[in-house]
Design a protein around this ligand. Structure first.
Ligand code: ATP
Ligand code: MG
Length: 289
């Protein structure tokens, strides 16, 4: 079955390309503000989609390596990281590791990646390294989800250049929107220079606390301002989401019945529906709850 989504896209549900381009959906999770739920979102979105037997590659581009440990890959158990690809230009396929979820694989990162920004500073096409690295493996995955570091440096630029769309987690707190304008300016620049197709998948409210007026106020402001660009799914502040990384488990393995898991299932459903809008298919592969 052929699905028409974005005007430039023509693809089948399996992700098989009909126009010679490979069509895995590449989604970057970015916001240069720290601690807003980027990694929690990248890990759990990837895991929820993969739990429906859809092949997903999670790419960690943060030297903190939290997405790597969040899917159970312990520090010291791997030698090669995304650094080997971005700086040394080793084939990305040599860096991919398996996780506990069979359809979920990961390209790890660790603090070695901190050097990449400096080592690439004089390199022509340094913003294109990740896109070029991903190209040969795109046929193996339906989704590539990239966790970005909390900055607008070269690593995030690489992610935005490689991505087709962007998920922006916004924490429900004072100054929630601080930095979002700057992020969107960067997006405009990346579109102009490298990646005209880059779209916003959605803004995602995270750490929503239904007991506080503040969360409700931030949510309502955001919806007034950005309308349809805000996901319906809202990620609640949920202790199970906060605990899961210390066990190296995505929420689907740690507590699938938690409110946090439910919210990430909802998000995944919305994202799968974007892919197949107008066809009424595709979303049934994700079951809520
Ligand atoms: P950084 O900018 O440092 O990369 P980040 O944007 O990736 O941070 P996370 O690491 O996902 O943010 O989350 C920051 C902290 O908040 C973590 O300790 C995480 O476990 C916790 N956290 C994230 N989302 C939730 C949530 N919905 N409920 C409770 N705790 C959460
Ligand atoms: Mg993070």
């Amino acid at each position: 079955m052929v699905v028409y989504g974005h005007p430039a896209r023509l693809k089948t549900r399996s992700g098989f390309s009909l126009n010679g381009l490979d069509m895995a959906r590449i989604i970057a999770v970015a916001n240069q503000k720290g601690g807003v739920g980027k990694t929690t979102t990248a890990v759990n979105l990837a895991a929820v989609i993969a739990s429906a037997d859809i092949p997903v590659l999670l790419v960690d581009t943060d030297p903190q390596g939290n997405a790597t440990s969040g899917v159970g890959i312990q520090r010291g158990t791997f030698r090669k990281t995304i650094y080997n690809s971005l700086v040394l230009q080793e084939p990305l396929e040599n860096l991919i590791l398996k996780t506990e979820i069979p359809s979920l694989q990961v390209v790890p990162a660790n603090k070695e990646l901190t050097g990449a920004e400096i080592e690439l500073v004089e390199v022509d096409g340094r913003e294109l390294r990740l896109r070029e690295a991903l190209d040969p493996v795109l046929a193996d995955f339906e989704f590539v989800i990239i966790d970005c570091p909390p900055s607008l440096g070269l690593l995030t630029l690489n992610a935005l250049t490689a991505a087709r769309s962007l998920v922006v987690p916004i924490q429900c707190e004072y100054y929630a929107l601080e930095g979002v304008t700057e992020l969107f300016d960067t997006l405009t620049r990346i579109r102009r220079l490298y990646n005209p197709e880059l779209s916003i998948e959605g803004l995602l409210l995270t750490m929503y606390d239904e007991r506080t007026n503040l969360s409700a106020a931030v949510a309502s402001d955001l919806r007034d301002f950005y309308g349809q660009q805000v996901f319906e799914a809202v990620i609640p502040r949920n202790v199970r989401l906060a605990e899961a990384p210390s066990y190296g488990k995505p929420i689907v393995l740690y507590d699938i019945r938690s409110k946090g898991a439910e919210a990430y299932f909802h998000l995944a459903k919305e994202i799968l529906a974007h892919d197949t809008k107008g066809t009424g298919s595709g979303t049934e592969r994700i079951a809520v709850g």
